[in-house]
Write a protein that binds this ligand. Structure first.
Ligand SMILES: [Zn+2]
Length: 288
């Protein structure tokens, strides 16, 4: 028997996007059996088991993954390019904090960016508001609204990194690490507002050919990232983008952090969020 719940979820998901002018292309194998469902709890447990299994091979396309249809993928890429132009205008560091209203204001004011079209805004709204569980991301929604803002007085810029941390616990945890490990440890990603997370998620979904499920195995969808409320990523200076791969877990920095008991991992293997193992991501805030 076909996975009844998962078919309904897809229909609801489709409905949400259609309501905002969006629709999805769903692979023909999407009605593949998911096993019998007994209760919401059993469904939830089975969704977690499924997500954990898929996260082992997070870059793989699975046959029940959720894809954007072609027209929506084009729209996604249009939004992505416009957001990239906003980032070029405000600078890499500021882009971590910018809110959507401000991004739209700059887009309207500067012809080099160009105003967001109504279709792009509808797409952004639908990507933000849709229930991400329906494409396999099991974490909670953590931001209150698409237009959430980050107050400058609440954050501190970390010199030389292009990133920010919240004053208070996040900053204290990072400073303790730097004190113990030294300058070989660097902040590779700190606070990320909704716009920054949206940009990252759209970039990942674009690279994944519109496969939202695959994108969400590597990256929390906008509004669902703990980077919005305090978590941060660390790496070894000079390692570059490899800091966001399994190479990081082979570095001296990682070994030292572990030995000193300074790593609290948000995304260990088999985590309940459906996200790949991320040894570089430091958990600061409690689970939502
Ligand atoms: Zn992270």
């Amino acid at each position: 028997m076909a996975g009844h719940k998962s078919v309904i979820n897809r229909r609801e998901f489709l409905g949400t996007l259609v309501a905002s002018g969006c629709s999805l292309w769903i692979p023909s194998a999407s009605s593949a059996p998911n096993g019998p469902s007994h209760s919401p709890q059993a469904d939830h447990d089975s969704a977690i088991r499924d997500a954990i299994k898929k996260a082992e091979n997070f870059e793989h396309d699975y046959r029940d993954d959720i894809y954007l249809e072609r027209r929506q993928l084009r729209l996604l890429r249009q939004c992505l390019q416009r957001l990239t132009r906003v980032q070029q205008y405000v600078g890499y560091g500021n882009f971590n904090l910018i809110d959507l209203d401000r991004a739209r204001r700059y887009a309207r004011l500067y012809s080099a960016i160009g105003e967001f079209t109504a279709a792009e805004m509808a797409f952004i709204e639908s990507i933000y508001h849709v229930d991400a569980q329906q494409y396999g991301f099991l974490g909670k929604r953590l931001s209150a609204s698409l237009t959430d803002t980050i107050q400058r007085r609440d954050v501190r810029k970390i010199p030389g990194s292009g990133h920010y941390l919240y004053r208070g616990e996040a900053l204290a945890v990072y400073e303790k690490m730097r004190k113990r490990i030294g300058t070989q440890l660097e902040l590779t990603s700190g606070i990320r507002g909704v716009v920054k997370q949206l940009h990252l998620f759209l970039a990942k979904a674009s690279k994944s050919g519109g496969n939202l499920s695959r994108a969400a195995r590597s990256l929390a969808p906008p509004g669902h990232s703990y980077h919005g409320i305090g978590d941060f990523d660390v790496g070894q200076r000079g390692l570059g983008a490899a800091n966001f791969t399994s190479a990081f877990s082979k570095t001296g920095i990682y070994r030292q952090l572990l030995d000193m008991g300074l790593i609290k991992m948000r995304y260990p293997y088999a985590n309940p969020y459906g996200v790949r193992h991320e040894p570089w991501h430091i958990k600061v805030v409690k689970d939502a």
